[in-house]
Design a binder for this molecule. Sequence first.
Ligand SMILES: [Zn+2]
Length: 114
Amino acid sequence: MVAGIVPAAVRAMVGLGAEPSRIVARTGPAVCGRCYEVPEAMRAEVAAVEPAAHAETGWGTPSVDVTAGVHAQLDRLGVHDRERSPVCTRESQDHFSYRRDRTTGRLAGYVWLG
Ligand SMILES: [Zn+2]
């Protein structure tokens, strides 16, 4: 999100003829802003790039909401057909979370052209 991968992807798509209003964006399960604790300096660094990612954990410490940041970026680019999974990987026992378990695991995602 900080590196601007999503805006770069949308701009590349637009460069190839896509219309932002016809792009469909879905974000999958991810650690949520209430759970993604980071040092204050990191939150400030991220929020300087994307203010919508500024968050606070459920226990009152600095955090980042990556998904909120990505959706804000998409919104500014005119991608309005968006949905966000309500699943927080740290809170869900059905999902892998390094932050919760401190062990490695695997996640997969996919993209298709419809
Ligand atoms: Zn959470």
